[in-house]
Design a protein around this ligand. Sequence first.
Ligand code: CA
Length: 270
Amino acid sequence: MTLHVIPPSRADDARAASAVGAAVASPTTRPGPQRLAPASRASRKRVLVVEDEQDIADLIKHTLERGGDVDVETVNSGDAALKAATEQPPDLVVLDLNLPVLSGLEVCRILRQRSATATVPIIMLTARTSEGDRITGLDSGADDYVTKPFSVRELAARVRAALRRGRPAEPAQATTYQGTHLTADFDAVAVTVDGVAVKLTRREFELLRYLVDNRNRVLSRDRLLERVWGYDHYIETRSVDVHVGRLRAKLGAAGRQIETVVGLGYRFVE
Ligand code: CA
């Protein structure tokens, strides 16, 4: 992996050393320097990095913590990840798919089943490039994925974006969306683009609502089928494409917000 890493400042070193020391001394103690004001400490996000290759784990930790507002705990196995996430649910998990014993997919599924971690954003790292693995990763509950070899800066950008989005509100989602062109009132079943009302079928409306509720997340065709059509509808995944195509056309200028993610599915971008 060729990566250019800017040498850390002394403050970064102190922070990293402090975080490591705290993690070793007591895994249940929130790592972080004591000198931080409570408000500042409270706003720091905790990221759990699950990666069995120590140099990669260290690099991710260093890069994320360099921003100054994130504390990173690294673990090198799925077992340790489940233990750490249960003791103190993190704000985000970076999860390597290829782990010894308990795979990243299994860890992801278990985290999703536990109420404390059911909605924690998970970014999966995968060395595999096959479409099947990526879809399996997303269907197991991951929010995003990065394929190795990856740019650590891109990963950091995705982590920051996911932390900004935070955990999805459950169960009550926002009932309105206001974008540059698109205005949608999901309670009133009213959708307009540039002030002009758009007539959607019930299915197109539900599809739009699900895409908007999960904005900036990649949604596989299977997940859309499950959530928008339901398991009792035996339709082909290809008809998801047909519906998305129609919805996109009806939305005109706002249709561009529905991106096709090649080989994976769709994403509504803000
Ligand atoms: Ca690995």
